[in-house]
Design a binder for this molecule. Sequence first.
Ligand code: ADP
Ligand code: MG
Length: 261
Amino acid sequence: MADFEIKDLRASVEGREILKGVSLAISRGEVHAVMGPNGSGKSTLSHTLMGHPGYTVDGGSVIFKGQNVLELEPDERARLGMFLAFQYPVVVPGISMANFLRTAMNSKRGYDGKDKSKQVTPKEFRGLLKGELEVLHMDDSFLPRYINDGFSGGEKKRAEILQMAMLKPEIAILDETDSGLDIDSIKFVAEAVNRMRGPELGILIITHYTRILEFIKPDFVHVLVDGKFVLSGGPEVAERLEKTGYAEWGKEETAQPEEVA
Ligand code: ADP
Ligand code: MG
């Protein structure tokens, strides 16, 4: 059995069935890519996996560490080792990036304000941050700012990956982290993700375009159309999409790189 098993997952949004039986097995150490045209259900999959309250689970299971995570609250899923980098990160006025990162790390380590041995020390926090900020080509000036407040599109996406690097999940879902990024930002993000790759981490990269997969080489590629996987295979699936797009499933959209502004 894989470390993270999605079985026949069905989910709906506002009464409309979107995921129509999705099964996927991810083990730590593997990188899976999910590709699909707009509206195929990619973000519905990421939100349902993480427990977004706007998405209703209609059936199926997601087993991780012996638990059906669909029965857990989002924070419990995060503590268990799951992480989601949002396609559209939200602004959270009033909470600084530094405060947020430190609180999230403490919470994941089980620090409840009492047992100081579980607390991330200021020195450890600064040391970890410094290295990750460098890889992502971000500077210290982000830290006192409110979460995503006034960040450019690329900065928001890099801030998501910074959270991932600090929280060290075991299953990470990246929902279109590449969309809206210029080529340099894609490279920085890919470099940071590649640094985290290893036997402890399973990654699910959700993307519309093949470009990020040139930098983060997937082990497996799955094509999602209308809430179902229509094709799964190795990296050659992405190469095929690069040439044909999603046309063979009746979708006109291209899977080739979007124009960079
Ligand atoms: P993708 O990420 O592949 O572009 P989504 O999962 O975001 O696709 O959307 C799948 C379908 O679900 C779309 O038709 C979209 O309009 C619908 N949908 C997603 N989220 C919502 C929502 N919050 N309210 C209403 N419809 C939604
Ligand atoms: Mg989406």
